[in-house]
Design a protein around this ligand. Sequence first.
Ligand SMILES: [Zn+2]
Length: 268
Amino acid sequence: MKIELHRKIEGTIKTLAIKREGRNYYAVFTTINDIKVPDVENTNPVGIDLGLDSFVAMSDGTKIEKPKFMRQKRKKIAKWQRIVARRKRGSKRRNNAKQRLQSAYTEAANQSDDYLHKLSTQLVNSGYTSFAVEDLRIQNMVKNHRLAGSIQDASWNRFIQMLSYKAESAGLRIEKVDARNTSKTCSNCGNIQEMPLSERTYICNRCGMSKDRDINASINILHRATTLGQRGSHAQGDMASAIQQESKSRIEELRTDKTHPLRDAVIA
Ligand SMILES: [Zn+2]
């Protein structure tokens, strides 16, 4: 049987599952591969804030914009949801619309996964030696629920997951920190002041520091990781679940669009 192979198969193939989703069939291979984790000295740690305007903001001043396709895909999903709701229950036309809705979902998930894979790989290969990130469980994602909703939460979760296991296998530490108040705290003097969401720049009313809101938060995240000291990587525990997730996402990866404009998204 012919197969469209999107990625080189690495390691020894252990299982193969054929999966059908809608009109498409996917081959999912599970392989075993020994990875030698290198010993990396932590000389270039970076803090990452899951931003409001940007997708992520980093303590070295790098900002990575939210991909535009996410909004476009959401629109498409909403459109087909309306059409499904409008059409008569049990009708052929409604079923057709349901199929279109399903493929809009799948498309969005694939594209988002593809983007997150690219981004996490890029970060792991950028010369950073460790990553400090928000612990989304502590954070309880309150700030995000109010803002962009569950799609954003889900993609941040996926992103941290991908970054964790990729960093781990490259010998880079991942430090998850309690990120409460990181937006309200001055990364220069530690002053805490109110920061309404409309405020895009942190201007400290004690020391006068002026910094992009999300970059300031990412520096605080980095500081927290450093003050936590040598507690060791938290990524280890997440590896098993990340790998499980990963095999799921491989299915998605097989379908990713090679011509996608964000495929080689460049870090600004
Ligand atoms: Zn200050």
